[in-house]
Design a binder for this molecule. Structure first.
Ligand code: IVH
Length: 677
């Protein structure tokens, strides 16, 4: 028996969950922590399992649940889904405006345009009837597409029911389904780990995810939806401008782009383009241009269409993020830990705003997966600040004399034996610090600003010192004399004096910096800080057992193992001893119990791009100081660290009056808190 109370609770839970979803996805302002959402969802699932007669297709529990399909059926778009004309430069925009004005006859005022980032994803149509999501379909050829209802239902930013009131009986919402960059990188990282084929770009990954016959697979992909327009409207009406329609769509629960703006005149359109071009790399998703739409629907109607594109809209494209070029050779670089990485040498090509002539190939598996041969024509992608990648081979262009890539049997830098660890795809030189490539990298790391901060010990100098045999381990740099230095290329008396002074200064350091500088595998700045705070002294750390090491936050079995190997290695410890004898010193740290850590009880949020540290390092450093790091800003947030490109979280913090600091201030604070990294 379903009592009224139960029925009421189910309705209330649904309304509550929908509301939280709306706040999270549309307003970008989660009302409650995830656990609270999960608790309510679990309660609703329980009730629906107990009373199956209460289950409705638009319940938030029903996003996944449809059985795998045999194939997609075809649907007709009652209102065709058009495409856009492109403009590739500022002149293209001016020409567009000319055509608009010519057609409209004289216009007294500047024309108003709605400017929207052009998301690089898959166009979809969502039909709502009576406010309920009835059908989701791909664009297809514009007249007919594929029915992907079961898949779109799994995307949480797509409401299963419209909110509020006043929506037309039939409302076709149009927009783009896309995969944010972070989701794309994560998906490919997993594919790489499992030896599976990677996706070429987020757009292909989004398309592949939507084309799944099993909606559970789609549900596992972090797809998002953004509304940019409408199709069929029946039994109701929409506002009279594109921008007002989007605002209205937002009220009805649809997510729209927060960078949508209305501007007057084509020059303002170009200015908008320039502003977004600067921010393009920092956006969390790929955009391939800006779409400009004449804002007034009245004017749109007068302008009409030509073949498959409206005369009232145009896409101003950004420079491409993918280009073709030739693979000239594959070389092998030896890193600080001996890892040997294949690097593609490319015919220089302009892509994603820079000239690219090298790209990492990760490892042997990656080369095999790509089926790469030297001489091949390849597609190179550079999007955001991600390092350039070779994403595919253009097989049709393979020359007859293309060569297989052969991996070195010994270290290309020192000739030592190499090994391929079983669990790793990585080839590693076993030469240790005998290997000049590893030694050079170790010294660069040791001297880095965030490590021992030795000003003037640059790449070229380290090369010379190692090649001339003057430095055989990091401690040797402290016994360099002025005469020796002056014997080197491009080293005058003044530079030699400066370097000696910098070396002298660097001897006074902190324990976290010193630990980081040693370059122990997997011990980054944050881990070094955590270790220093936990053990307080080098001796306590060096004599810690594996289980004591595991007590440190962030230290897992792998890191603990690397640490023990380092401290058990006579050669490494002899270098540490030599450094101390040379005068390198630091103060021990008072060991602080967790609740006495300087940021204990505080919640911080890190957003935007951090240039010096990287977001993960920053988070780990905060955790080491006792702070909780949250993914979203609320009134309980104590401080937000915001780098360039910070978006809605920054806005939210400002709205709530939460303290916001930039990266430079953040670094100063870390130093003040004794996180002297
Ligand atoms: S409007 C009649 N607005 O670009 C106008 N399209 O090249 C039709 N796209 O198929 C589209 N962001 O997949 C429009 N803000 C935006 C868009 C957008 C991305 C895609 C869409 C469309 C393609 C046209």
């Amino acid at each position: 028996m379903v009592t009224d109370d139960i029925r009421a609770e189910v309705l209330e839970l649904r309304a509550q969950l929908e509301d939280w979803n709306y706040r999270y996805y549309v307003l970008d302002d989660p009302g409650v922590p995830d656990v609270e959402y999960d608790r309510n969802m679990a309660r609703l699932q329980d009730l629906e399992a107990q009373y199956p007669q209460l289950v409705t297709p638009d319940s938030p529990t029903q996003r996944v649940g449809a059985a795998p399909l045999d194939g997609f059926s075809t649907v007709r778009h009652e209102v065709p889904m058009l495409s856009l004309d492109n403009a590739f430069d500022a002149q293209g925009l001016v020409d567009f405006q000319r055509r608009v004005i010519d057609r409209l006859g004289t216009v007294d005022a500047l024309i108003e345009y709605c400017c929207e980032p052009k998301l690089d994803g898959i166009a979809v149509s969502l039909v709502y009837r009576g406010g309920r999501l009835e059908r989701g379909a791909t664009r297809g050829d514009g007249s007919t597409g594929e029915d992907i209802t079961a898949n779109v239902r799994t995307i949480e930013s797509i409401p299963l029911r419209l909110r509020g009131a006043g929506y037309p009986e039939v409302l076709e919402v149009r927009g783009e389904i896309y995969l944010p960059r972070a989701g794309f990188e994560a998906l490919n990282a997993t594919a790489r780990e499992q030896g599976e084929k990677t996706f070429v770009n987020p757009r292909n990954a989004a398309a592949g995810s939507l084309r799944q016959l099993d909606p559970r697979i789609t549900a596992s992909r972090p797809l998002e939806f953004c509304c940019y327009g409408y199709g069929l409207v029946d039994g109701g009406s929409l506002p009279a401008t594109q921008s007002a329609i989007l605002e209205q769509m937002r009220e009805w629960g649809q997510r729209i782009n927060s960078d949508m703006r209305v501007v007057e005149g084509i020059e303002a359109c170009e200015a908008y383009y320039e502003q977004l071009a600067v921010r393009r790399d920092a956006l969390p998703y790929d955009i391939d241009g800006i779409v400009y739409k004449v804002n007034s629907l009245g004017l749109q109607e007068r302008l009409g269409f030509v073949s498959r594109a409206p005369r009232w809209a145009i896409a101003r494209k950004f420079p491409a993020q993918e280009e073709m070029t030739q693979l000239l050779d594959v070389e092998f670089q030896v890193g600080r830990t001996g890892a040997i990485t294949p690097v593609a040498r490319l015919e220089p090509v302009f892509v994603g705003g820079v000239t690219v002539s090298n790209a990492t190939l990760h490892n042997a598996d990656e080369i095999a997966r790509l089926g790469l041969r030297i001489g091949d024509t390849v597609v190179v992608r550079r999007a955001g600040d991600v390092i350039p990648q070779v994403v595919s081979v253009v097989l049709e262009k393979r020359p007859a004399d293309a060569r297989e890539v052969s991996f070195p049997q010994s270290c290309p830098a020192c000739g030592s034996a190499v090994e391929r660890e079983e669990s790793e795809a990585v080839l590693r030189c076993l030469g240790g610090l005998v290997c000049p490539a590893q030694l050079k990298a170790a010294i660069w790391h040791f001297a880095a600003r965030r490590a021992m901060d030795i000003d003037g010990l640059g790449d070229k100098l380290v090369e010379q010192l190692v090649d001339a045999g003057l430095v055989k381990n990091v401690a040797d740099i402290y016994s360099l004399g002025k005469e020796q230095l002056m014997g080197l290329e491009r080293m005058g008396e003044k530079s030699a004096d400066n370097l000696l002074a910098a070396l002298q200064r660097s001897k006074s350091t902190t324990l976290p910096r010193f630990l980081f500088a040693l370059g122990i595998r997997e011990v980054g700045e944050a881990t070094a800080l955590g270790l220093a705070r936990h053990f307080g002294s080098f001796e306590a750390l060096a004599s810690a057992s594996e289980s004591q090491l595991l007590e440190v936050e962030d230290v897992g079995p792998v890191v603990a193992d690397h640490l023990r190997q380092f401290f058990d290695d006579q050669h490494s410890m002899a270098v540490v001893q030599a450094l101390r004898s040379a005068g390198v010193h630091w103060d021990d740290i008072e060991v602080t119990p967790a609740q006495a850590l300087p940021l204990a009880g505080q919640t911080w949020v890190v957003t935007g791009k951090l240039e010096a540290m990287g977001r993960n390092e920053a988070k780990a450093a905060l955790q080491a100081l006792g702070a909780k790091v949250a993914g979203s800003v609320s009134k309980n947030t104590d401080c937000v660290v915001a780098g360039p490109g910070a978006g809605s979280k920054l806005g939210k913090a400002q709205e709530l009056g939460v303290e916001v600091i930039d990266e430079a201030t953040f670094m100063l604070r870390l130093r003040d808190f004794g996180g002297g990294v």
